[in-house]
Design a binder for this molecule. Sequence first.
Ligand code: CP
Ligand code: NVA
Length: 300
Amino acid sequence: MHLLSMTDLTAGEIRELIRHAVAMKGQGCLSLLAGRSLGLVFERPSLRTRVSFEVAMNQLGGHSLYLSPEEIGLGHREAVGDVGAVLSRYVHGMVARVRSQPSLHLLAQHSSVPVINGLSDEEHPCQALSDLLTIYEKKGSTDGLVLTYVGDGNNVAHSLLLAGCLMGMEVRLASPREYEVFPTVVAKARELASHNGGKVMLTEDPQEAAENADVLYTDVWYSMGHEEERDVRRKVFAPYQVNAALMARARANAIFMHNLPAHRGEEVTDEVIDGPGSVVLDQAENRLHMQKAILAKLLR
Ligand code: CP
Ligand code: NVA
């Protein structure tokens, strides 16, 4: 199977991944994937995704190869489908960080081994899965929690929304007009919420969304590939900064989450990201534990 979107997994499979990640966290190195290889096809830079997958593969007894944009030239040096078909003859799975969701689907369509989305313009499912693990650890359960995302309706927001709805959470999204999550993703999220006991709330008002939230989450105002919109976006998103005043709206024991990298002083203040409610480093660490569970499920 491929993991291209959060919707590729059922609620039961996600709970199983969380259980397995928690179990493997205490087990260190295992030999579940001895002799297996993972190709990392990256069109954009990465710290957490690349390192956590490489270390995860190593801790499971397997091997990984990082293929930089220059080496692969996805769609330039070689057609995306050909890259998928050829790599499938060498490796047992691929993690792909691509510019567009359609090229991810094309890669998967031509690959005979599992393809894992390591971030596209539309989704970041591995991030959302490890975030569920972090929420589970911090709150004891994900059931019925209020998860509020404030900021750009981007790849991270899409996967988080879908993940929260699959887990029966109340997901609130506060974004400026024209920077909201895709309507197609909202429709899918509402459908998932209705089956799993979740709820979706969309607003332009960050204060309203933060009221009594259990989790306050944000991401950068301009993602990779949108850097030239930096100045416009800084103005539009200024009211969406997660600062002490916004955190004060949430529950007293609310946690602050950010997938990182962060642009400190923009979407979040130092006071919040370095504050007692911040779990951003646990989130980053949990990327490793969740990648191990994902790899064990897909590559075994
Ligand atoms: N959160 C995340 O995916 O970080 P990287 O871009 O560094 O991989
Ligand atoms: N939304 C960000 C996430 C980085 C991990 C981006 O796409 O650049």
